[in-house]
Structure formats: C-alpha cells, structure tokens
Write a protein of this length. Structure first.
Length: 264
C-alpha cells in the first residue's frame, strides 16, 4: 500500500505560521507523500507563500503541489511557485514527477485546471473570442495533464495520480449551488485522466462539496479541500497494483484549526 496524504484550500497568510506544522510533522508516521491541491495562499503573494513554505519545508515525506486560483490573485504565481520550490516542493503545471516510494514508482501529474462545466452543461469554443479563449485555456490545462500522465506511464510508473485544483467531475461538487458548477471545474480534466489513465485523482476548490467521486472511466476522485475533509490532511491507501483506493481510518488523520477565512 502507498499512503497518500492530501489537502487543498489551506489559504495561509501572515500570522498563521505554525498552524499546520504540528500535524504535518506526523506525516512520517502515517503517509508516504503529501499532495497539496491548490489555494495554498489567500491572495497569492510571495509573503503568503513563505508561510506555506515554512509549513512544509523539511518534512519526512516528499511534497507535490499545484497552485489554485487564489495563488494567482496578485499576479505573482511564479513567485509563489519559487518560494515553494525553494522549500523542496515539486510544483506542477502540465508536468509530472516520478517518486520512488517503498519500491514503487509513483507518478504525480499536475495542473491547476480551470472552469467550463460538465458534459451536457458546459461551455464550448463557439461564439465570441472571449468564450473561445476561456474554453481553450481549460483545454490547454487538460491537455497538459494528459501529456504528463502519458509521460509518466512511458517512464515506467507503477501508479499514477492526477493532481488538480479545479474539479474533474460533478460528483465531488454535491452540496455546492448548481449555478456555480461551471466555475468549479471541467469535464475536460476527467477526459484527459480517462484517456491517459490514472489510479487516483485529487482536487480541491469546492469547499461545500463532497469528498468522493469517480470519472466515467472509473478513476476514483477525492475532493480534499480542507473545509470538506475538515482536518489538516486526509490519507488514502492506494494499492501498489492500482486496484483500489480507500480512506485511512480516522485515527490516522489529524485535526487542525481552520484558517481564518475559507474562500474559493
């Protein structure tokens, strides 16, 4: 079993240093890697990113992250990624990383993803240039994710995980207002996962959503936004043969105080 710890939407900022570190320091006892599913900061500033970096620097397990919409807010996304990278975090956007975990080659492909909606109720590349550009950006994120998953397979990964901020399926949005589903994710992400193949998909962003879902192709999807999992991280046990995923029992998860404000 590979033990995958994951959380998103931690929204850290000045004054919150050390909030999650006590929980993260236990990861060596219960997990083999940590995935961060975006919205790591409040407003996407370098100062806020340094707080996040301090929470995850020097952990006992490798850390892999994607950025979220909050991490782009101040137009400093490269600086946010730079601070995290300096702390040893693998920050992905249309890329993958291959980790050796207990003799298993675990590949993580990541992208922020974007909006657009889901099959039957989604935007399309039709009409105004603005709408075409909107959907083309979503498609470019999904295409990058698919290419990264394919490269990981070609590189000999035993297991592949798709890490995004935006949701690939509507299942994990249950509880959110239907009107905002198109702004919470896109079916194009799920299509890329199903076409390239993955053993688990992890995302955030949907604070009022549901933890468990599945793509049309049968890939298990987990919404790990902190308001959903209601703890510092969730742990999923992923079979080394890629045959199953299950959530670790509650005693293997740690509760932490929520950030001051949770916003999408």
């Amino acid at each position: 079993m590979i033990r995958v710890a994951a959380v998103g939407d931690i929204h850290l900022g000045p004054g919150q240093s050390g909030l999650l570190r006590p929980a993260f320091d236990t990861l060596g006892e219960c997990a083999d890697l940590l995935l961060l599913a975006g919205d790591l900061t409040r407003h996407g500033t370098r100062e806020e990113a340094r707080v996040v970096a301090g929470e995850v620097a020097g952990l006992a397990v490798p850390v892999v992250a994607v950025l979220g919409n909050h991490d782009y807010q101040s137009d400093q996304a490269p600086a946010v990624a730079e601070e995290l990278t300096a702390a040893g975090v693998h920050v992905l956007e249309g890329e993958g990383v291959l980790l050796g975990v207990n003799g298993t080659r675990v590949g993580i492909a990541g992208t922020k993803g974007f909006c657009g909606g889901f099959a039957g109720r989604c935007g399309s590349e039709f009409g105004e240039p603005e709408m075409k550009a909107f959907i083309r950006y979503t498609r470019s994120c999904a295409d990058g994710l698919g290419r990264a998953l394919n490269r990981l397979r070609e590189d000999g990964s035993d297991l592949r995980i798709a890490l995004t901020h935006f949701a690939p399926v509507p299942d994990t949005l249950a509880g959110e207002p239907l009107e905002i589903y198109p702004f919470l994710g896109s079916y194009l992400l799920a299509e890329a996962m199903d076409e390239a193949g993955a053993d688990l998909a992890v995302h955030g962003h949907a604070h009022a959503g549901t933890e468990h879902g599945m793509t049309a192709g049968g890939i298990r999807v987990r919404n790990v936004a902190m308001p959903v999992i209601d703890r510092a991280f969730a742990v999923y046990h992923l079979s080394g043969s890629g045959t199953g995923v299950h959530t670790a029992p509650p005693e293997m998860s740690w509760t932490a105080p929520p950030p001051a404000a949770w916003k999408r």
